[in-house]
Design a protein around this ligand. Structure first.
Ligand SMILES: Cc1ncc(COP(=O)(O)O)c(C=O)c1O
Length: 365
């Protein structure tokens, strides 16, 4: 089970909001089911905590959010096919534009619906992904949006490639590229929303705040720099739990799991937890992670299978059947943050929580 503390999401948003320059708004990024935490409940908590807008990547995510939030501004940041664009317009969400053909399509479809589409023109200032690379062309697109009666120029924006690397100077280069584009678009319409920062930039570089920041990972109390969210006053919202379903005596030399990748070096007790890679506990954590039981760390031993994993409870039988086991979270004075699993897997905390599969029930903490 994944316990989700929506109170933590609310407080994290209030913390982020408190760190923003001037009147900058906080947009909570709740794509990928709020990074695995549950989009609807986290979006509600984020709005309570001071976020004024929500962002997602896909049409389907926008549709699902709109079912719960009739009024909240929703920005769809991703690329859209024509059918997806129709669906985004039907739920009155804002959209991203960086190509003329797409601008014309959006204007035509919005004209058919009879409600102007709110458009955020995206400048690729160095991410090398979505967005118009050429500054003049990006400004030109914004001018055409402003001039089209079926479109409203709602925003101009960009995305940073290296904000999570505190020593990398590329963030400043991207800011230098985007700043003049933002200024020129503001001249077209002073009410346009200028936005660029993700969580890392929001925490690291006040000059990136502009009119709004788009925070995802920090909203969920995870550290965008992959170290310790506590350093930024953030608290993790997800705890991943299971329980000891069985305890067995292992004699020295007995093996656990597929492939016999672990054999007991001495007589011991092994606990079996009914959670595995089918739940998102990655197989690469086999013989390479700890689990908390009774406030103590026990190593994962043997190969993690789809539905089960095994832990070495030691010769003193550290826990009994039924004991709660924590894979991500705290127990007593011990803590296994998502950042620890990310380091073991040589990945980022984002992938850890996004990877907890839909089989795992999400319950309020
Ligand atoms: C365009 C865009 N903006 C903002 C975010 C939020 O980033 P973070 O979760 O690092 O705050 C993302 C997430 O990947 C994104 O793709």
């Amino acid at each position: 089970m994944a316990r989700i503390d929506v109170g933590a999401v609310e407080r994290n948003c209030a913390t982020l909001r408190g760190r923003l320059e001037g009147e900058a708004e906080l947009c909570a990024v709740v794509k990928a089911d709020a990074y695995g935490h549950g989009a609807a409940s986290c979006a509600a908590a984020a709005l309570r905590g001071g976020a004024t807008r929500l962002a997602v990547a896909t049409a389907r995510e926008a549709e699902e959010l709109r079912l719960h939030f009739r009024e909240a501004p929703i920005l769809v940041m991703g690329a859209l096919t024509e059918p997806e664009l129709r669906r985004v317009l039907a739920v009155d969400a804002d959209l991203a534009i960086w190509r003329r053909g797409f601008l014309e399509l959006a204007a035509r479809l919005a004209g058919e619906i009879g409600a102007p589409a709110r458009v955020h023109v995206k400048h690729d200032s160095g991410m090398g992904r979505l967005g118009e690379r050429d500054a003049d062309t990006a400004v030109e697109l914004a001018r055409d949006v402003a001039a089209d009666p079926n479109l409203r120029l709602a925003g101009v924006w960009t995305h940073f490639a290296t904000a999570d690397d505190r020593d990398d100077p590329f963030l400043s280069e991207q800011l230098s590229a985007f700043g003049p584009v933002a200024d020129r678009v503001r001249e077209l319409d002073p009410s346009v929303l200028v936005h660029a920062a993700n969580s890392a930039a929001a925490l690291r570089e006040p000059a990136s705040h502009f009119d709004m920041v788009r925070c995802g990972i920090a909203v969920y109390g995870l550290d965008p720099f992959g170290v310790d969210p506590g350093e930024h006053g953030l608290a993790p919202a997800m705890e991943l739990c299971s329980y000891v379903a069985d305890v067995k005596r292992f004699e020295s030399g007995a093996s656990a799991g597929y492939g016999r990748t672990w054999t007991a070096p001495a007589d011991t007790w092994v606990g079996v937890l009914p959670i595995g890679y089918g739940d998102g506990v990655r197989r690469a954590l086999s013989n390479n992670a700890d689990v908390l039981v009774g406030g103590r760390r026990y190593p994962v031993v043997g190969t993690i299978s789809m539905d089960n994993l095994t832990i070495d409870l030691g010769p003193d039988r550290g826990a009994d059947q039924g004991a709660e086991a924590v894979l991500i979270g705290e127990q007593g004075s011990e803590r296994i943050p998502a950042e620890e699993l990310a380091r073991r897997l040589e990945t980022i905390n984002y992938e850890i929580t996004c990877g907890i599969s839909s089989r795992v029930p999400r319950a309020p903490a």
